[in-house]
Design a protein around this ligand. Structure first.
Ligand code: LLP
Length: 422
């Protein structure tokens, strides 16, 4: 594993975590760059093996920054954006605009105009009115996919489950909305229908829902006699936050999904589509840890032990929001005679729900100034960070073949009020 102990100290690829924390301060999010490039290469090699046109598109919402985008470009990834801000970041990093796809259930006219002007490769239509809107703003051909709702139930947190019928996302296959969208696109002046997109949900641990989606989509395409060039299956491939979690089995999973796709496509006498996938979490999550410094410790006899760290829900919202569980470990391995005690690790923000983890087994002799690491924080942490309580967003560091480099500086106090009218 990427982060492990050597001589009693947590390290990443030969660099001591305590040294990185000393240099960049805490809280700091530390990424193993090689883990991420390894995951990107894995998706490429798994899909390449199936001999079909494909592309792997990273969902920037998981973690986006200029240096991350450069890494993606080096690895021949395409990119999904869902806002003008994500698009701006990608363009600022020099990412080729023809490899960018624009998603979102409510793209504003400002966003659409900006994306059209810059020549984004295609838009994923997620609403009937969006068709008219894009057509009215465009003055040249625009390629589009439609985001459909394949009516597949998945086993994940309700907030991150998206492919079911009752959802703000997607156009229904069963109630006619998806068909109407294609008819409207075909009748429009500038839009060209290229294919279908769906995203079933996030943190999925097996291929069954993806297989069901292929079945549902192709029976619908057959029923309506619709041809597609692109089939975009979205992201959602699960990772391991704790020992109980099961990672999505990338190799076997895609063998099963693509195998099924090939059967279905040949049964309906079609050509294989260009297959597109959009992993976010599985590329970034397990690549990083967040390192905090311990502050106040409260041992309430017979009740609980609280250890407070110097960040909290401003940089770690997934536990308060989804009840997500994480592994929390000391950066210096406990000496052998220190007993582990059940500990609530909490943030420093003014809310009781500001919890990083309850009942974590941690050394009983933790002290102010010690460092704790929360694992698997590479996705949906920095990107979901806020300035609640005027907390500054943390620094982000990449550790790669060329050593340790800061990729995002810690926010400054001045930046907290830079937009305030004084
Ligand atoms: N494609 C689309 C259209 C999506 O909506 C998403 C995620 C992805 C790809 C990437 O999914 P991934 O491979 O990362 O699972 N904040 C939540 C996750 C929300 C995901 C929303 N869409 C969390 O922290 O769990």
């Amino acid at each position: 594993m990427t982060f492990n102990y050597q001589s009693g100290e947590l390290q990443v690829r030969g660099h001591k975590i305590s040294d990185i924390a000393a240099e960049y301060g805490t809280p700091v999010i530390i990424y193993d760059e090689t883990y991420m490039t390894g995951m990107m290469q894995k998706y490429h090699s798994v899909l390449k093996r199936h001999n079909l046109p494909y592309s792997v598109s990273y969902a920037s919402k998981a973690f986006s920054s200029v240096q991350m985008i450069k890494l993606l470009e080096e690895q021949k990834m395409e990119l999904d954006v869902v806002s003008i801000g994500e698009l701006y970041t990608a363009l600022a990093a020099g990412f080729p605009v023809e490899d960018i796809h624009f998603h979102g259930n409510n793209k504003t006219p400002e966003e659409l105009q900006y994306a059209l002007q810059h020549g984004v490769r295609f838009f994923i239509i997620d609403g009937l009115d969006e068709i008219e809107l894009i057509d009215s703003l465009a003055d040249d051909d625009v390629n589009v996919l439609i985001r459909i709702n394949p009516s597949v139930e998945v086993n994940t947190h309700d907030y991150i489950s998206t492919g079911q019928e009752d959802s703000k996302f997607g156009l229904s296959l069963s109630n006619g909305a998806a068909k109407r969208a294609i008819d409207n696109i075909n009748a429009s002046k500038y839009l060209h229908f290229k294919g279908i997109h769906y995203h079933l949900g996030s943190q999925l641990d097996d291929s069954a829902p993806f297989i069901n989606a292929v079945t549902n989509v192709y029976s619908w395409l057959d029923e309506h006699n619709i041809d597609i060039e692109i089939l975009n299956m979205g992201g959602g491939y699960g990772v391991r936050y704790t020992e109980e979690d099961v990672r999505f089995p990338i190799e076997e999973g895609f063998n099963a999904i693509i195998g099924h796709l090939k059967e279905v496509v040949s049964a309906s006498g079609r050509e294989l589509p260009h297959v597109m996938i959009e992993p976010g979490r599985s590329i970034a999550a397990e690549a990083a840890i967040t390192v905090y410094e311990v502050g106040t410790i409260k041992d309430i006899p017979g009740v609980a032990k609280y250890v407070s760290i110097d960040g909290g829900m401003s940089d770690h919202i997934r536990t308060p929001l989804y009840g997500a569980e994480y592994e929390v470990v000391p950066v210096k391995d406990a000496n052998e005679d220190a007993d582990e005690v059940s500990t609530h690790v909490v943030g420093k923000l003014c809310e009781s729900g500001d919890i990083i983890g309850k009942n974590k087994m941690l050394p009983g002799n933790l002290q102010r100034g010690d460092l704790l690491a929360v694992k698997t924080t590479g996705a949906y942490h920095y990107s979901m960070a806020s300035n609640y309580n005027q907390m500054r967003k943390p620094a982000v560091v990449f550790v790669g073949e060329n050593g340790v480099r800061q990729v995002i500086k810690r926010q400054s106090l001045e930046q907290l009020i830079e937009n305030d009218v004084r």
